[in-house]
Design a protein around this ligand. Structure first.
Ligand code: THU
Length: 129
């Protein structure tokens, strides 16, 4: 199954009764395995989690910490761009040349690298003594 199909499939399981905006994310990790996540909202709004965070959690839970490719899609008419927090979360596990493809309800896609999405990302080397 393609990364796009994986993201579209998991998007169907999104729990988004408040925004009604379903998001699905699929991550290919260094092993080649694909991990998926969807947004999970909560009546206490700030407790909701993004699709990318769910996919990252699944990857790490499976014992992987490097990602090579990302696909994010949503129910809206325009390609969904990862929120700022998710850009930082993705940058933790991927190099700046990792391609993030953004999809939508239609056939439009937008492709950007992690470096383009989050220039000057804060990273562990900034905490060196
Ligand atoms: N959302 C994501 O899952 N990923 C993003 O990068 C953008 C926003 C979700 C969070 C919330 O459930 C809904 O989209 C509306 O913001």
């Amino acid at each position: 199954m393609s990364l796009r199909d994986a993201a579209r499939a998991v998007m169907e399981n999104a729990y988004a009764p408040y925004s009604r905006f379903k998001v699905g994310a699929a991550i290919r990790a260094a092993s080649g395995a694909v991990y998926r996540g969807c947004n999970v909202e909560n009546a206490a709004y700030p407790e909701g989690t993004c699709a990318e965070a769910g996919a990252i959690a699944a990857m790490v839970a499976a014992g992987e910490t490097r990602l090579t490719e990302v696909y994010v899609t949503a129910t809206g008419p325009d390609p969904v761009t990862p929120c700022g927090g998710c850009r930082q979360k993705l940058a933790e596990f991927g190099t700046s040349d990792v391609v993030v493809t953004m999809g939508c309800a239609g056939t439009d896609e937008l492709r950007m690298t992690l470096g383009e999405l989050l220039p000057g990302a804060f990273a562990s080397q900034h905490m060196r003594d």
